[in-house]
Design a protein around this ligand. Structure first.
Ligand SMILES: [Zn+2]
Length: 451
């Protein structure tokens, strides 16, 4: 990691510590200033936002039109505030990283860090940060430790194992690769066969495990069975919703409560639990509006239909009322820890199923990342994997006419074989719309109902 980046991350973490004692009024005043500065910057330098916010420059934030990922991707070259920065070039850089298994921690052109996200709609998003922005994102990812009272810094370099995506275009790989320069890290792919992951973790003996929530359950079972033998002092679940069942499994296996952090590629870390066990929103870093289907704010304590985020530190690609599909309940502050940051009582967002694929001897767990990696580059507007009794259906929406579905099937079969589930029947089915759950959600990967 470059020294300037590291120094900035440490300075921010130090600076932010004082915010733990800020009053709600002080937090609100800080947000107002930060949002105003971000809006001015966007209108001055981003043709997309200048058009979008025309005539609304003095309107309150809540009066501005929301921005969807599809919109942002369509107008990417116009939305960025650096003339000459082109989506096609960033895409080429990301493709190059994948092709050559490059080091995502090394800045592109010496100054940019970029990541792609598959997202719940299946539409790929591409995000980019300069050194200053990436330092802020890194500092935000350290906050879950700081707020949970865990000592992890340059004086206490912990051994960190990531069980998420090893694909170099994913934000988790980018984070792991950047941290790898200052602390011993092991980056494992959640889609790898479980036995390989268990062996690697046993060999590495991590102090901290950071994993997709969906990857934690099979690992807890392996620990309980005596095959996995690690004794981390902290387990952090990231990216996905941590179910109560998974939290219990982790506690039973390791005797510690998993640290439930909430982060997204676009926003970096948004919320995490304090020592009193409540999850606080990082209101100083991200403005999160929980809204109904028509973008009207919902009252505190009630679930919204989606989330509109404004990220003041995102200056290269501004995010102002950017729409995310997560459903949050945001409550008024009030916590024994003394922080005046709002409390998020439920995060009902991305929840993917780990498929249990039956084999002759037992079953093989296939993590959703296996399908994400195989399908994310397809020229579709959406995809979904649905497990049936007799195999796996890959549903594709918006597939350009003439696309060879055989090639897609071969790709998925190869990915399944690499994950230890060769020989599964795969069908590729072009559809008009994806299947929704009873809650109206469209998970990327749906398993069979559990017995
Ligand atoms: Zn608290």
């Amino acid at each position: 990691m470059d020294a300037a980046l590291m120094a900035r991350v440490l300075a921010l973490r130090f600076l932010w510590r004082a915010r733990d004692r800020w009053s709600a009024e002080r937090i609100a005043a800080h947000r107002e200033r930060a949002v105003a500065a971000a809006r001015r910057h966007a209108v001055e330098r981003s043709p997309f936002y200048r058009r979008l916010h025309a005539g609304l420059e003095d309107a309150p934030l809540t009066a501005l039109p929301p921005v969807t990922k599809a919109q942002l991707m369509e107008h990417w070259d116009d939305a960025v505030t650096r003339p000459g920065l082109r989506l096609a070039d960033v895409e080429a850089h990301l493709a190059d990283l994948v092709e050559h298994d490059g080091d995502p921690g090394r800045p592109w052109r010496g100054r940019w860090w970029a990541a792609a996200t598959a997202g719940t709609t299946g539409r790929r998003g591409v995000f980019i940060w300069d050194r200053r922005e990436w330092a802020t994102a890194l500092a935000s990812y350290s906050r879950p430790n700081d707020w949970a009272g865990i000592k992890a810094g340059p004086l206490h370099p912990p051994r960190i194992a990531f069980v998420s995506s090893a694909r170099p275009t994913h934000a988790s790989a980018l984070l792991g690769a950047t941290l790898g320069a200052v602390t011993p890290t092991l980056r494992l792919d959640a889609g790898a066969p479980l036995a390989e992951t268990v062996a690697a973790l046993n060999g590495f003996a991590p102090d901290i495990v950071v994993a997709y929530a969906s990857a934690l359950r099979p690992l807890a079972a392996e620990q309980a069975a005596g095959k996995l033998r690690i004794s981390p002092s902290q387990i952090t679940s990231s990216s996905e919703v941590l179910s109560a069942q998974t939290a219990r499994d982790v506690e039973r296996a390791w005797g510690i409560r998993p640290l439930d952090s909430y982060a997204a590629t676009e926003t970096a870390a948004i919320a995490s639990v304090c020592t009193a066990g409540r999850r606080h929103l990082y209101e100083d870093l991200v403005i999160a509006e929980s809204v109904d289907a028509r973008n009207r704010p919902v009252p505190p304590g009630t679930p919204g239909e989606k989330l509109l985020v404004t990220v003041p530190f995102a200056r290269t690609l501004p995010l102002i009322r950017y729409e995310m599909s997560d459903r949050l309940v945001i409550d008024r502050p009030g916590c024994p820890c003394g922080r005046a940051f709002a409390i998020v009582t439920r995060v009902d967002g991305r929840a993917e199923d780990v498929l249990e694929v039956p084999r002759v001897h037992g079953a093989v767990s296939v993590h959703p990342i296996v399908f994400e990696d195989a399908l994310e580059d397809l020229p579709t507007t959406g995809w979904q994997v649905v497990q049936r009794r007799d195999g796996i259906d890959v549903l594709l929406v918006g597939l350009p006419p003439g696309t060879e579905t055989d090639a897609v099937r071969a790709r998925v079969e190869a990915a399944l074989a690499a994950a230890g589930a060769a020989g599964v029947q795969v069908r590729v089915v072009p559809v008009a719309a994806l299947e929704r759950t009873a809650l109206g959600k469209v998970p990327l990967v749906r398993g069979l109902p559990r017995a």
